[in-house]
Design a binder for this molecule. Structure first.
Ligand code: ZN
Length: 57
């Protein structure tokens, strides 16, 4: 289960948790403008069930 633990760190870990997709989009939008994240998106975390901003493969 070592790989699963690593996956959780990638998909959840210390990421910001948003309680709604609207809030996550707001964060994603500011990241795009500030750091030129480009294709950053949002996804619902299957671990903590919050919304995260990041690159979801
Ligand atoms: Zn999470």
């Amino acid at each position: 289960m070592a790989s699963k633990r690593r996956q959780r760190r990638n998909e959840c870990g210390d990421k910001v948790r948003h309680s709604s997709p609207q809030a996550a989009w707001g964060h994603a939008h500011s990241l795009r403008q500030k750091e030129q994240f480009g294709r950053v998106g949002i996804y619902k975390c299957r671990f903590c069930r919050a919304w995260h901003v990041g690159h979801h493969s």
